[in-house]
Ligand binder design. Structure first.
Ligand SMILES: [Zn+2]
Length: 145
């Protein structure tokens, strides 16, 4: 059963963030948090929760009269999978530029920068002259130029 459907909407992501931050939660707790940020009715939020259960992203457990929801995948793992999917869909030649764009728009701590610098030093040792394109012909502009 535990096959995840990682395609979630922006609204469902809002719900997941709440569950990831709180651990086990009732729908009421989710609604309370999300209504600080969004003008969503309780029924709408419950619909999102229901979809996430269907997608296998949330599980329910009954405790007395209440249903408790918890995430079936950790936030870090989810973010990694989402990023992997994005990078699978861009030409390998564009990886560097895409990563640079992410760095450019991020506010970073000195610690973050130290970690990136160490990583880049390691990457330097295995750097290639030119990253080969691994795209299906017709799906990127590498051949055109
Ligand atoms: Zn390509």
């Amino acid at each position: 059963m535990n096959r995840h459907d990682f395609k979630i909407t922006a609204s469902e992501w809002e719900v997941m963030r709440t569950v990831w931050a709180q651990g086990q939660v009732t729908s009421r707790m989710i609604i309370e948090v999300l209504q600080r940020k969004k003008e969503w009715g309780a029924a709408t939020i419950k619909t999102f929760i229901g979809r996430l259960v269907k997608k296998g992203m949330l599980t329910t457990e009954k405790e007395g009269k209440k249903f408790l929801y918890s995430a079936t995948i950790g936030e870090d793992e989810f973010i990694r999978k989402t990023l992997d999917e994005i990078f699978e869909n861009i030409c390998d030649k564009d990886n560097g530029r895409t990563i640079a764009a992410l760095i450019e728009k991020s506010l970073l701590s000195h610690e973050d920068i130290d970690r990136l610098e160490r990583m880049l030093e390691m990457k330097k040792k295995e750097a290639v002259e030119e990253v080969p394109c691994s795209c299906t012909p017709g799906q990127c502009r590498c051949e055109v130029s």
